[in-house]
Design a protein around this ligand. Structure first.
Ligand code: XCC
Ligand code: SF4
Length: 617
């Protein structure tokens, strides 16, 4: 039973709004989770299959009933197939985002997307060189071709250290084309195709690499070209960023193609005048989920909250419009918005929601649509019921904008000072902590407990996604948070004026962490799997996180998951992921719901890597 708000979230603003929702009888994800209890045991173990209509089938986990589906598929096969389908969906989500950015880039180059431009010419030049082409048009064509390519290689995979690439080739998991690998997941998991769990999982790794070093990396790199590569900046996080006197517009979802246009429209003097005419003091923008991360990293737009804050932010009654595109947008938002004056505005042809107004967004007419959306929000200000507005007075200053380029520049032009700090032990190692919220875990508790434990032990934390937002709200993204770090890390952070937790962006920007890991490994002349580094997703929930976990481990980074993945129904698959993989990939998964214990696992791993590199504890 989840009944105390403190067991639901450690975020005080969320606690306040959860109490308000309870009082007003407004349902949230936590209530719906309770109504799902007990959750299906077969689903939790990953041993149900409905891939054909002889089923649905399920395996008896106690070994008394069915040990195979109608076709003969065992628990090992069913679990591996289900895992592969999750990886396919996650890789598809990231990569389709990458495709949209690549397509927009092509339109920009062709002069067909007048609202956009090129902000980072230097990165554009670098990418053209990397691809061996001499015009932006050829680059756009080459990058778009990564999706439909049949025979590979995907160019950015060549950024990995040579040892890793050789390993991928030896295992047959060097991806050929982004779409090809995803399609092949669906083919292999169709009834009667791939029925060898090892073979299935190897293809899952190949598909995930096509996400991390393909689709996601394409999204990050081209977004930097179009919107600028992030540089360190300050902003604020949590619901207190909502302004009771202004028109509040929340941008939620994932793709900056939309949010950057909304930002521009909200700054338009005509729009601000319009807002004043409506009785507001101006227009205030804030973000949720990875849209927030993108908008924060490049424009300093404040964070209203992370994944599990989304319904609660609407419940403040102070939101004129919540503008969404794709991914991590709860269909429940329409219901919550319907209880207030809030307009839920969907914008992607791929994503419509019950209770939403659809204002479709296309690259060619992006600026106009964005202004139309902002105008709709402004006009909605008069419908706000002031007596129902409740904005928790809680917000925290945060520093963000740590692209790899920004980190290198903060270090004075090369990674050497970081390498020296790692060698000397002032920085013990690197922890990449990422991922979602999940109401199965007290909101933000997993993130914050883990990150605190890591920095206390001199582990520099790189963060993205909803972990970054949890850290922002908890004050861990301020340079002053160095006080909470161990002496070694504290000294390094204070010398550089940076926080002990570096916000590297959205979830597709985990590709920045990959690039940093590859650069570190290359500088040390070792493989990524030799680095004193570990990854974690303490509160993960989405299929994207499954793909992320798979490509991080495939890249050689030991990764701890905080919520249990649905694989325990197969001993063989669970064993392969949590130990067998180590012999093959030099890295594996661990599952540890206790975030402090999980941090200790990461630290132990980091220490053992240090010893292997001859660096001592
Ligand atoms: Fe979504 Fe990207 Fe997870 Fe947060 S971390 S809940 S995937 S917003 Ni990506
Ligand atoms: Fe059952 Fe096999 Fe069909 Fe799955 S594929 S539903 S296990 S018969």
């Amino acid at each position: 039973m989840i009944n105390d708000v403190r067991s639901k979230s450690i975020d005080l603003a969320c606690q306040e709004m959860l109490r308000a929702c309870e009082k007003a009888g407004l349902e949230t994800a936590w209530d719906r989770l309770e109504k799902q209890q007990p959750q299906c045991g077969f689903g939790e173990l990953g041993i149900c299959c409905r891939n054909c209509n002889m089923g649905p089938c399920r395996i008896d986990p106690f070994g008394e009933g069915a040990s195979a589906g109608v076709c003969g598929a065992t628990a090992d096969i069913i679990v591996a197939r289900n895992l592969l389908r999750s990886i396919a969906a996650g890789a598809a989500a990231h990569s389709d985002h990458g495709r949209d950015v690549a397509h927009a880039f092509q339109l920009i180059v062709e002069g067909k997307a007048p609202s956009y431009g090129i902000k980072d010419q230097e990165k554009l030049d670098r990418l053209m060189k990397e691809y061996g082409v001499d015009s932006p048009a050829l680059l756009a064509a080459a990058i778009l071709n990564e999706f439909g390519k049949q025979d590979g290689p995907i160019q950015f995979t060549r950024r990995v250290p040579p040892q890793r690439l050789d390993l991928w080739k030896k295992l047959g998991i060097d991806p050929r084309g982004v779409d090809r690998e995803i399609v092949e997941c669906l083919h292999r998991t169709h009834m009667g195709v791939d029925n060898d769990y090892v073979n299935l999982i190897l293809h899952g790794l190949r598909t995930s690499i096509a996400d991390g070093w393909g689709g996601s990396m394409i999204a990050t790199e081209l977004q930097d070209v179009i919107f600028g590569t992030p540089k360190p900046l300050f902003s604020e996080a949590n619901m207190g960023v909502l302004d009771p006197e202004k028109v509040n517009i929340i941008i939620h979802g994932h793709e900056p193609l939309l949010s950057e246009m909304i930002i521009a429209a909200a700054l338009d003097p005509d729009m601000i005048d319009l807002a004043r005419n409506e009785g507001a003091k101006g227009i205030n923008l804030a973000g949720i989920c990875c849209t927030a991360n993108e908008a924060l990293m490049r424009q300093g737009v404040p964070i209203a909250g992370n994944f599990l804050s989304q319904e609660l932010i609407v419940a403040t009654g102070a939101v004129e419009a919540m503008v969404v595109d794709v991914q991590c947008i709860m269909p429940a938002l329409g219901t919550m918005a319907g209880c207030f004056h809030t307009k839920l505005i969907s914008t992607s042809p791929k994503a419509k929601f019950p209770g939403a107004t659809h204002m479709e967004f296309h690259e060619g007419t992006a600026g106009e649509t964005a202004r139309e959306i902002v105008r709709t929000a402004v006009k909605n200000f008069r419908n706000r019921d002031r007596s129902r507005v409740q904005i928790p007075d809680i917000k925290t200053r945060c520093m963000a904008g740590f692209s790899v380029e920004a980190i290198v520049s903060a270090l004075g032009g090369s990674l050497n000072p970081l390498i020296d700090a790692i060698k000397s032990g002032s920085i013990r190692g690197i922890g990449a902590v990422v991922g979602c919220n999940n109401p199965k875990i007290t909101h933000d508790f997993g993130h914050i407990s883990m990150v605190r434990e890591l920095i206390k032990n001199d582990v520099l934390v790189l963060t993205t996604g909803c972990n970054a937002q949890a850290c922002a709200k908890a004050g861990l993204l301020q340079p002053e948070a160095a006080e909470k770090a161990g002496d070694g890390l504290k000294a390094v952070c204070q010398a550089l004026g940076v926080p002990p937790v570096l916000h590297m962006g959205s979830c597709v920007d985990i590709s920045r962490i990959l690039v940093a890991a590859a650069a570190l490994a290359n500088a040390l002349g070792v493989d990524i799997s030799d680095l004193p580094a570990a990854g974690a997703a303490p509160e993960w929930m989405s299929e994207k996180a499954v793909s992320i976990g798979a490509y991080v481990v495939s890249s050689g980074v030991f990764t701890v998951l905080g919520t249990v993945p649905p694989v325990l129904g197969s001993k063989a698959v669970a064993e392969l992921l949590t130990s067998g993989a180590k012999d093959v990939l030099g890295a594996c998964f661990a599952v540890e719901p206790d975030p402090v214990k999980a941090a200790i696992l990461m630290i132990e791993h980091i220490d053992s890597q240090r010893r292997k590199l001859g660096l001592g504890d």
